[in-house]
Design a protein around this ligand. Structure first.
Ligand code: GDP
Ligand code: IMO
Ligand code: MG
Length: 428
């Protein structure tokens, strides 16, 4: 029976996808990443020890799981090597457990430099990127000048492509950003060194995924970022440069729509975002501080403080549709444990007074809306050790039931702490 699933962030990232994938993957054979790159930061806490994954799929802590980085992911080889080393230092054997697609595009140091220089140049219009070179490398991919892992096999072709790319970047870096010239030889030598490492783990992931299907093995497709950061469906231009919602699974890993049985969304019990862009339910002041402190809302990739707001059902209704979610996982319920009251935005009021429950996800539009909330009394009890939904405080159950009602979708998994086992499974 096909039990393959996709786990997808439903807000602006950092919903706790890593924790959910880690928890679920003990019963799966493979975890596949299909988009994004080192901009992702997926945290797993196991017996008080924390690990943050950026490129490696969150199945890595379970030795039964093989992890695949498919073609839609962009790879900085140096960062990947360091990450694998870090995982090994954590006591995990990674041998024959991590594979990458030959079709992944490579992130070079000049991509990260360009990313940071452009952000600086944009000043108050900056996107607030992670500075990992993600935008530039996806731009190269679409402009058909990008370099893939497979190009490393053909050193002549690789060197020609690299020369052209460096010439292109040098033009912008020196003329536009007043930055120093990038030296071809330096980059070439480093790439050749990295090629040895990449060669050992790169495969044709299309064939691998087909073999997995024929062997009736099970797969989790692990999303990075969140649907509101999707290049097509998110709060453009304040988005990342890949398809973070369900569509990305298919183009980013080369499987057909029927490869997956369920698309599952992950939402925080409130909402956060890192970087610029509209955030209708954003909080400031005392409540923000309380949530920030309890939720430890500091970016796992850049260490930036996350912006915080109430759950936004208007945006989520759209995200549920885009992803055709089968059900939701609700994370960080425990973070709300001590609050006096909790709010959910149920509709917006537009400038002309009109009430809307569904909106276009459009930056200019979202900057002008006024969120209208339903307020819930806080439950003021510790939920972090509870393992059964029925044992949750009545007021917490009401909050969860209400979210299901306004979004018209069941919540089947509830996370009540960073630890792997702080979780309530209602049904799956
Ligand atoms: P991801 O990018 O979606 O994987 O999420 P991150 O790992 O960037 O951010 C989620 C943060 O919340 C991490 O520090 C997790 O350890 C933590 N976390 C996940 N689930 C819970 C939860 O239910 N309660 C609390 N308190 N923390 C959680
Ligand atoms: P995970 O997988 C939260 C945000 C950046 C910025 C925008 C564009 O941990 O949920 P980029 O570097 O991608 O060009 O930045 O996207 N962003 C994330 N925010 N979690 C992430 O990943 C993110 N990856 C990118 O902060 O606003
Ligand atoms: Mg994260």
């Amino acid at each position: 029976m096909n039990k393959n699933i996709a786990i997808i962030g439903a807000q602006w990232g950092d919903e706790g996808k890593g924790k959910i994938v880690d928890f679920l993957s003990k019963k799966f054979d493979y975890v596949v990443r299909y988009q994004g790159g080192g901009n992702a930061g997926h945290t797993i806490v196991k017996k008080n020890k924390k690990i943050v994954l950026h490129l490696v799929p969150s199945g890595i802590l379970h030795t039964n799981v093989t992890n695949i980085i498919a073609n839609g992911v962009v790879i900085n080889p140096k960062n990947l090597q360091e990450e694998i080393q870090n995982i090994q230092n954590f006591g995990i054997n990674t041998k024959n457990r991590i594979y990458i697609s030959e079709n992944c595009f490579l992130v070079f140091s000049f991509h990260t430099i360009f990313d940071k220089m452009r952000e600086k140049f944009l000043k108050n219009k900056a996107i607030g990127t992670t500075g990992m070179g993600i935008g530039p490398v996806y731009e190269d991919k679409i402009a058909r000048r990008g370099i893939r892992v497979s190009d490393l096999k053909y050193s002549k072709i690789f060197s020609e492509k690299l020369k052209f790319l460096i010439e292109y970047y040098n033009f912008y870096l020196t003329k536009f950003f007043n930055y120093r010239k990038i030296e071809y030889l330096e980059i070439f030598k480093e790439a050749m060194k990295n090629a040895e490492f990449l060669k050992k783990i790169s495969i044709d992931t299309i064939d691998k995924l087909d073999e997995i299907k024929r062997q009736k093995k099970s797969v989790i497709f692990e999303g990075a970022q969140g649907s509101l950061l999707d290049i097509d469906h998110g709060t453009y231009p304040y988005v990342t440069s890949s398809n973070t919602s369900i569509g990305g699974v298919f183009s980013g890993s080369g499987v057909g729509f029927n490869y997956i049985k369920k698309s599952i969304g992950v939402i925080k019990s409130y909402c956060t975002r890192v970087g610029s862009g509209p955030f209708p339910t954003e909080l400031f002041g005392k409540i923000k501080k309380e949530i920030f402190t309890k939720g430890q809302e500091i970016g796992s990739t850049t260490g930036r403080i996350r912006r915080i707001g109430w759950l936004d059902a208007v945006l989520l209704r759209k995200v549920v549709k885009i992803n055709a979610f089968s059900y939701l996982c609700l994370t960080k319920l425990d973070v709300l444990d001590n609050l006096e009251e909790i709010k959910v935005c149920i509709y917006y009021i537009l400038k002309n007074g009109e009430k809307v429950r569904f909106t276009p996800i459009c930056t200019q539009f979202l900057e002008e809306v006024k969120p209208v909330y339903r307020t819930f009394p806080g439950w003021k009890k510790n939920t972090s050790k509870i393992k059964d939904f029925f044992l949750l405080p009545e007021k917490a159950k009401n909050y969860i039931n209400y979210i299901e009602e306004v979004l018209d979708i069941p919540i089947k998994i509830i996370s009540t702490g960073p630890e792997r086992n702080s979780i309530i499974i209602r049904e799956m």
